[in-house]
Design a protein around this ligand. Structure first.
Ligand code: MG
Length: 258
């Protein structure tokens, strides 16, 4: 099968912690050898593109930050387009706040003036922080989340992710977010296709999560691959939502692209 571009998730797909996963160098080389474009897309809402250039560069993998999207950068671009001057109340981390401000967005600490609420992982969130969001969630202001990951793997096991914080905000608001902006949203798929400049059916989306990575590709009409080196395996595949491919190692990508 011919593809013009391959989108890689990062954690659990290319790297685990600070280690490059076995098979990742072969998979990345296969993309280059096939003349395909490469885009990295992480749902981490606390990092921008330069982080991935540095993190993968440490393993000898050259990454152009132009070819990196995260749920933070996608959220910033979306809000800059749709809410360029609206005060945003963020329940999220300082690094995400910096990425939003660098995109020219206005954050507010005063929930009564907020026109937009953005929920995301916040490893320092307190009871008072959640309570302070209530006035911002009342009324009909826009309400978004960066990414739906309820739990994320850490060195200590699984920890609460953005989805857990956003679920608390949704419960207090009595309504669901208007959109999750990271994978697997249409917003995220369009951001990726826009960056690549190729039609969805010429793209292969690879990741270790069925509900975000594979789901983004499936909804957008891309080919998809689950790689079982991260949080999900074959047993997690639901009938009717099978990925195009299942790899136990990214090295198997060479057989698909050759
Ligand atoms: Mg992953």
């Amino acid at each position: 099968m011919d593809y013009d571009a391959v989108i890689f998730d990062v954690d659990g797909t290319l790297v685990r912690g600070e280690c490059l996963l076995p098979g990742a160098p072969e998979g990345l080389r296969a993309v280059t050898d096939a003349g395909c474009q490469r885009l990295l897309f992480s749902n981490n809402p606390t990092r921008g593109a330069p982080h991935y250039r540095d993190r993968l560069g440490a393993h000898g993998v050259d990454v152009d930050p132009e070819n990196v999207l995260t749920s933070a950068t996608v959220s910033a671009s979306y809000l800059a387009e749709h809410h360029p001057t609206d005060p945003i109340y963020l329940v999220g981390e300082a690094r995400l706040a910096s990425i939003l401000e660098a995109a020219g967005l206005e954050l507010t600490d005063d929930p009564s003036t907020a026109a937009v609420v953005l929920g995301s992982i916040d490893r320092d969130v307190t009871y008072d922080d959640l309570g302070a969001a209530i006035p911002a969630l009342e009324g009909d202001g826009a309400f978004y989340g960066t990414d739906p990951d309820v739990t994320i793997p850490t060195a200590e096991g699984m920890s609460p992710g953005s989805g857990a914080i956003i679920a608390a905000l949704e419960a207090m608001a009595g309504r669901s977010v208007d959109a999750m902006l990271g994978k697997p949203s249409t917003v995220a798929a369009e951001a990726a296709l826009d960056r690549l400049g190729v039609p969805a059916e010429r793209v292969l989306m690879i990741g270790d999560r069925l509900n975000t990575d594979v789901e983004l590709g499936r909804r957008a009409g891309m080919a998809t691959a689950l790689v079982t080196t991260g949080v999900m395996g074959r047993a997690d595949i639901e009938p009717g939502a099978e990925p195009t491919y299942v790899f136990d190692s990214l090295a198997e990508l060479a057989d698909v692209l050759e």
